[in-house]
Ligand binder design. Structure first.
Ligand code: ZN
Ligand code: ZN
Length: 691
């Protein structure tokens, strides 16, 4: 027995090492195990197998005659092994079992798929010694071709549970021939099972894989398909397993390569068993689609322009140099009436100038011509950010002196002349001048320096600068080419008059005489007695100073009516020349008086005779009185017509002295009224009445 085992080990080893083809069946048995592992495993397995089995002792030829059924490949068989079935031992030992023996035919070289399912857990549990089933070639029935042993075949579910195999399947490679298939009973008498034997084409391994294209250059996001050519054409399974060496660069699925990121990798296609492999190197590039973003530079800090590829994420960063200096071309100007806009120079910290309009914009304040301090604002734009304010100033130029084009001038009243002031320095900021006259009654001067002569005299024009109060003076003499005119306000009886002679231009007065008011007008006489002559009393007029006025110069006299007869007449003085108005005076011509020529006492009366005075006479008034003074209550007046020349008064007291007098009278119309004008009384005569 030991000799036999040793022999078997040596035989198997020799067999294995000698040729891959001769032990094809063993390869098939071990399925997909690797060659190295399977070699070792097979060696161990066959050692164990040899311990239990001695194929040379199997005399199948004898008991295969008990083959009871022919199985059609692919047809399921349901049966059980019972007492009464064939009973024997393949190795001819004492351990005998019941068997069911089938015959089947492989139509052509290929694989036999064996599916066996026991309905008893006992079945095959103890099949460790030999087998669950045996296969013999009909052409060589003395040598068992294949047996199931729980360590070799795949008909098991899980032997770690020690329940062995009670169903499962396996495949073995067979030639086109007739075979016997023996199923063994275990320790139970009735072992039910299902059995299906079926033909399967033999495995044709892949011998080569070529890929088209053999290499790929791709853009990110691109997809390309690799077509594998698997040989031989009749390979059992031409499935290839795709794999990317670096799926972060390119992925592959069913030959479709998808470029993911920049880099190089390799796509491989392997046969299912991994034995044959082809590779396609893949280079992934990116036709970058950059999207840039700016982090602007500012005053004192750098900025960046970042470019990010939207496809691959590649990022580049370019620095924008920080703004280093910002300066105005000028920060100080002297006033010149013009607007100032100093230019701006901006340098970055590498000494490069920034561009106005592109990198920054400047805003200037308005009205920078005026005195003051101004702020220029620089706003950074584009690749820059921030704002800078810089100041500049416009300073005033002070006035140092002022002069006039004339130091003195002579003007006629009403004449105008303009003075021009010169201010130094020429660019003085404030050239305003205040013009002033020292005596505005003599000259005036307006804001433009225009001097106007108002009145005779001397005055000065003073020009004072608003800035600094510098002064210049021009002396102006105002003269007059006089044009005298006389004016008169005549005197009246009530008020003085005045006579002036003044220059109409300057008001200079040559004459200014008071004409005194008329105060006294007198006639040479205001009355007279009728004498048959025209009466023209002379008039004397005096002013309030007593000065006599001149007839026919200062006044004329007019008389009214026939100033010869008895009556009241008006003398009118009409003022002329320096006087005005008129004044009337009255002049009275009384009747011519008469005288008593004779008085003669009579009894209780007297008779009176007078001189006849009938011209311009209405009659006579004869007065007599006991009183020497002609007291009124003691006096009697009797009227006698003008043609009488005597009168006898009677019925008086006897022996009484009377005083007698006479006068003439005339009734005249004065202002519509009869007025009696009387002459003067005659001398008084005394008479004493008789008894
Ligand atoms: Zn890119
Ligand atoms: Zn004048």
């Amino acid at each position: 027995m030991i000799v036999f085992v040793v022999f078997m080990i040596l035989a198997v080893c020799v067999l294995y090492l000698a040729s891959g083809k001769t032990n094809r069946k063993f390869e098939t048995m071990i399925g997909h195990m690797g060659r190295k592992v399977s070699a070792l495993f097979l060696a161990v397995a066959l050692v164990l197998s040899s311990v239990m089995v001695s194929p040379s002792t199997v005399k199948a030829a004898g008991w295969l005659d008990y083959a009871t059924q022919t199985i059609s490949l692919g047809t399921a068989v349901s049966a059980s092994i019972k007492e009464g079935d064939y009973y024997g031992s393949p190795e001819g030992g004492n351990s005998k079992y019941y068997w069911n023996i089938y015959k089947f035919t492989m139509p052509k070289k290929g694989l036999l798929n064996i599916y066996l399912e026991s309905l008893s857990e006992e079945y095959l549990r103890y099949a460790h010694t030999y087998n669950g089933f045996l296969i013999f070639s009909a052409s060589d029935p003395d040598n068992m071709l294949w047996c199931s042993r729980y360590r070799q075949n795949q008909i098991r579910k899980d032997y770690s549970t020690s329940r062995a195999m009670y169903y499962g399947s396996t495949e073995i490679a067979l030639e086109a021939e007739d075979y016997y298939f023996a199923v063994r009973q275990c320790y139970t008498n009735d072992t039910p099972y299902y059995l299906t034997l079926s033909y399967k084409e033999p495995v044709m391994n892949v011998s080569s894989i070529t890929l088209s294209p053999s290499s790929l250059a791709m853009e990110i996001g691109e997809q390309r398909t690799i077509i594998p050519t698997v040989l031989p054409n009749n390979a059992t399974d031409k499935t290839v397993v795709w794999k990317s060496e670096n799926p972060s660069i390119a992925t592959v699925e069913n030959g479709i390569v998808k470029a993911v990121s920049i880099g190089t990798t390799s796509i491989s296609a392997s046969s299912l068993d991994g034995e044959i492999k082809a590779a396609c190197p893949v280079t992934v590039e990116c036709n970058h689609n950059y999207k840039s973003s700016i982090s602007p530079a500012g005053i004192g800090y750098n900025g960046y322009i970042s470019k990010n590829c939207t496809k691959c994420g590649t990022e580049t960063k370019d620095q924008i140099a920080a703004i280093d200096s910002i300066e105005l071309s000028d920060t100080l100007y002297y006033y010149d009436g013009k607007e100032h806009t100093p230019s701006v120079t901006v340098l970055d910290n590498e000494g490069n100038a920034l561009g106005q309009g592109k990198d920054y914009v400047i805003s200037y304040p308005d009205n920078t011509q005026d005195i003051g301090t101004y702020t220029v604002t620089i706003n950074f734009i584009g690749n820059y950010e921030g704002t800078k304010e810089l100041d500049f100033s416009v300073l005033a130029v002070s006035v140092e002196s002022v002069s006039l084009d004339m130091d003195d001038m002579t003007l006629e009243i009403g004449e105008q002349k303009k003075l021009t002031a010169a201010i130094l320095p020429d660019n003085a900021t404030n050239k305003s001048i205040m013009w002033e006259s020292s005596d505005s009654s003599v000259i005036t001067v307006d804001d433009s320096g225009l001097v106007k002569a108002i009145a005779v005299g001397t005055a000065s024009v003073i020009a004072t600068t608003v800035d600094g109060e510098k002064t210049a003076i021009c002396t102006v003499d105002v003269i007059c080419d006089h044009s005298y005119q006389i004016s008169l306000i005549p005197a009246t009886q009530n008020s003085n008059g005045v006579l002036t002679e003044e220059c109409s231009k300057c008001g200079d007065s040559k004459r200014n005489e008071i004409i005194y008011a008329v105060s006294d007008i007198s006639l040479s006489s205001t009355s007279c007695s009728y004498n048959g002559k025209m009466q023209t009393p002379s008039v004397t007029v005096k002013d309030t100073t007593g000065k006599k006025l001149q007839n026919n110069v200062d006044y004329t006299v007019s008389y009214t009516g026939n100033q010869k007869d008895v009556g009241i007449f008006t003398v009118t003085v009409n003022f002329e020349e320096n006087y005005s108005g008129s004044i009337s005076k009255q002049f009275t011509i009384y009747p011519k008086a008469t005288n008593i020529t004779k008085i003669k006492a009579k009894k209780k009366g007297f008779s009176v005779t007078w001189k006849k005075q009938s011209t311009q006479t209405t009659g006579y008034e004869l007065a007599y009185s006991a009183s020497r003074g002609f007291a009124r209550n003691k006096t009697t007046i009797v009227t006698v017509s003008r043609n009488k020349v005597n009168k006898t008064i009677s019925k008086l007291k006897k022996g009484k002295r009377y005083y007698v007098r006479i006068r003439t009278y005339k009734n005249v119309m004065v202002n519509g009224k009869i007025t009696r004008l009387s002459s003067g009384w005659s001398t008084v005569k005394e008479v004493t009445t008789k008894k």
